[in-house]
Design a protein around this ligand. Sequence first.
Ligand SMILES: [Zn+2]
Length: 409
Amino acid sequence: MSLLSRVFERINAEEAVELTRALVRIPSVYRSGEPGANEAQVAAFVESWFRREGLPVEIQEVAPGRPNVLAWVGDKGPGRRCLLLEGHTDVVTEGDPKDWTRPPFAAEMSGGRIYGRGAADMKSGLAAAMVALAAFKRAGVTPKGKLVVGALVDEEDGMMGVRHLVKTAAGRELDAAIVCEPEENELCLEQRGVVWARIRARGKMAHGAMPEAGINPLTALGAILAQVPALEKRLRKQCQKSRYLKPPTVTPTIVQGPPRGVGAPQSNVIPAVAEMTLDVRLTSGISSEGVEDEIEALCRQAEAAVPGVRIEWEALNAFRLATKVEKSEAVVQAMIYGVRKATGSAPRYGGVPGSTDGTILRMELGIPIVTCGPGSRLIPHQVDEYVEAKEIGDAARIYTAAALKYLEA
Ligand SMILES: [Zn+2]
């Protein structure tokens, strides 16, 4: 029997489904200042699951109650490769549970789907990766290189988990990564980048009845808002067109005057300070400097439009540019092989609309990444989030076949 058949034999699709449900039942929404509202409990579950399988485990304490959990088979050794199956343990807020038709953390099964917050994004992807790794151990198949599963924290916010990982020995030895985010098991070689530009305008506080006595920072933000469509157009010209990704967009998401912590808003007061955030999404082809120049020009234009206003801005969570890998990359070839072996058909291709931990792996380590995992890419962060149960076992099989191909080469 081939090595791959031996590993495939040890993947139980039903088990992958039940593991997903167990992970969904552990809420892991991070709520700052609320004890226990973090990834600690689900990370502990993942850790003990790996330990029960007899796998070596590394815990990286990223922040109090927020550990990365890593487990692996094989070792890197000279001339050998190290592949990461990447998942995150945090989920976004469930919002108002009354808006859900099913309880958000009960992992109810219906019509072949598992419902719950994180079902798609991405406890099913994590479960598939865990089952894939364990299958090697259970089959007694040690790959030539090293296969690592990383269950990281804080993907949905500042991506502290992956930022921590890339600075450790475990991160530095990686040669490629499969990001197990919900992409309907399509192979995604491209993902959009994101820059959150927080723009702060400073004017002069005054009575609303005597605006001539003040300098209104909100008027300056208005001038920026008016220029957003033009900025979007310019960015679309500078970025490459992609078959799989929507073109660049510039979306205002926050406008506040005064911002939180700088006095209270009052109907008859011109605030001294106003703040806005632009959510800028990009395809590849533009550099950090290119984006910087555009936003800088926007701010200077608004300053000129409202004399006396001073505007500064910063990129929250740094620049996360779009990523793209070539089909000829070994990890992509391994994934194409993996999909064929696991499902019997040729891969479907897609693109990642948002930004994932993969962006940081690509930017900081320079390694190729492929994004592929169970769950519809449109369902994350919505109420009644679900995953098609069948896709989870398929994903586990894809990961093992791809890993074996990539590491044996
Ligand atoms: Zn995710």
